[in-house]
Design a protein around this ligand. Structure first.
Ligand code: ADP
Length: 489
């Protein structure tokens, strides 16, 4: 498309008709309890919190807040299940249970997708096409490994670790639960999982699936609550392994709490990934990749392509096409199948993003936002980009976790590489070029766990994921994900 046709395409003022997903087929209870020892039990201290739909600020359900005693009860149930049932089962039998969870998730995919979108604010298209199918795929993948662990690590003896405490964030609630629970169970561990306080509902629905799948009581326990519940899990002396995904600040505090103990841990933390566009790249595809990288899931993605490094000779073209494309993105009702950008997950997250918009401008950056009309209730942010920013600016260095892109240019490959690596993080990156040699050179030299070439944000249960530097330690997914839940000797 040349400049004139591209402009024409976006100047038309027609709109998509609304295409809302129905909520008729789903059930959300008024109140949810803790899932401990195979049953739903009330929290000892009687505390509850509301889970809110961030697109309309309405309460979806009241959810139990687990205190220290509840966490202790869950760990005790997990220990008992580990000793008396799960570790004594034949591996193939463990695999059958995990397959059963995967199949039920597939059967109930639509219901899970709707609840994920209501609770978290992400577009239904994403929960339907990405979150839920990938969550089921993780259970399928790890179910397959349950009776083949000795082939995964030839020549080694494998043994489960015991009880795993798992703490997950709000950006991919069910998918993160699957990433954590599936490999742990396949390796013979039992788990206590704490979902994020703003998105507990699909984990509680998963608890129902696990109960209905007939898993022995206590193999999976789900304790809802905020940071204090997470801290109680980390501090519990009878946990063998902590798996955490979330902010670098909390990751650091977990590392401190566990220093000097025998508890193993993996941490998947923040990111500030760069999409690097060379002049010889297929520009239209690259623009789609950038859009997917930062605006997908409102930028609530730790591996989001929140920085764009574009070679100087094509910078004007890329930025113009990007602005055109941003203008066509639909921001609004996450339940509408046409929506590209849904609601920001919480008022706290929106306030953080808005702070960064002010900081970026105060630092001298030029801010551009699409002209999308935002709904009047709920939490929203237009797709945003900053130009005229430099390496030391906070919007270039710090994780914003919103639909905000910081753009810089480079002339040579070396300059692009230097800028890409000049960040405390190292979770992911993207390289866009026509030349295979450049891809190899860049992917070897970028200090990040996952690097996509001529694509972005692609996931598969068989490939490992994790970061360098302040993005964390340890890997999830693939064989690496098994390793994290086994003692190898
Ligand atoms: P985010 O910025 O993604 O919300 P957080 O690190 O704050 O990241 O939250 C990720 C998960 O960690 C959530 O489940 C949250 O409740 C939990 N959490 C927060 N503070 C602590 C803590 N001090 N110890 C353990 N878990 C915590």
């Amino acid at each position: 498309m040349d400049e004139t046709t591209s402009k024409l395409a976006f100047d038309t003022d027609w709109q998509y008709d609304p295409a809302p997903e129905s909520t008729d087929h789903i059930r959300i209870d008024e109140q949810y309890e803790l899932f401990i020892g195979g049953e739903f039990v009330a929290p000892k201290e009687g505390r509850y919190f509301d889970s809110i739909n961030p697109a309309n600020e309405q309460v979806l359900a009241r959810v139990a807040a687990a205190g220290k005693d509840d966490v202790a009860r869950a760990v005790k149930a997990a220990r008992k299940a580990y000793q008396t049932s799960w570790s004594t089962l034949k591996p193939a039998e463990r695999g059958k249970y995990i397959y059963r969870i995967a199949r039920v998730l597939q059967e109930r995919a639509r219901e899970f997708a709707v609840i994920e979108t209501l609770d978290g604010g992400k577009p239904i298209r994403e929960s339907r096409d990405i979150d839920i199918p990938l969550a089921a795929a993780h259970f399928f993948y790890y179910a397959g490994w349950a009776d083949k662990l000795e082939y995964a690590f030839p020549g080694k003896q494998v043994a489960a670790l015991g009880v795993a405490g798992q703490i997950i964030p709000w950006n991919f609630p069910l998918l993160m639960a699957a990433w954590k629970i599936a490999p742990a169970l396949a390796c013979g561990n039992t788990v206590v999982l704490k979902p994020a306080e703003t998105t507990p509902l699909t984990a509680l629905k998963l608890a129902e699936v696990i109960r209905d799948a007939g898993l022995p009581p206590g193999v999976v326990n789900i304790v809802t609550g905020a940071g204090d519940t997470g801290a109680a899990l980390v501090d519990h002396p009878d946990i063998d392994k902590i798996a955490f995904t979330g902010s670098t600040a909390v990751g650091r505090s977990i590392q401190k709490s566990l220093a000097g103990t025998s508890t193993k841990y993996t941490l998947e933390l923040g990111g500030k990934a760069a999409n690097i566009i060379f002049a010889d790249a297929a520009i239209d595809e690259a623009v789609e990749g950038i859009v997917n990288g930062i605006f997908f899931n409102q930028g609530h993605v730790c591996c989001a392509g929140s920085r764009l490094l574009v070679q100087e000779s094509v910078a004007d073209e890329v930025i113009r096409k990007l602005k055109d494309r941003m203008e066509s993105l639909i921001v609004g009702d996450p339940m509408d199948k046409n929506t590209d950008i849904g609601a920001i997950n919480s008022p706290a997250q929106l306030a953080k993003i808005e702070d960064y918009l002010r900081i970026g401008q105060a630092e001298g950056g030029e801010m551009y936002q699409s002209s999308a009309t935002l709904p009047t209730t709920g939490y929203w942010c237009r797709p945003t980009l900053f130009t005229g920013v430099s390496q030391s600016n906070r919007v270039v260095q710090e994780e914003i976790f919103g639909p905000v892109l910081a753009i810089q240019t480079f002339r040579t490959l070396e300059e692009g590489l230097d800028k890409a690596n000049n960040t405390p993080y190292g979770l992911s990156g993207g390289v866009w070029t026509d030349k295979g040699a450049k891809i190899f050179k860049m992917t070897r030299a970028i200090r990040a766990g996952v690097i996509w070439a001529n694509t972005f944000n692609k996931f598969d249960p068989a490939s490992p994921f994790g970061g360098y530097k302040e993005s964390g330690m340890g890997r999830e997914g693939g064989l690496h994900g098994l390793d994290a839940y086994l003692e190898l000797s």
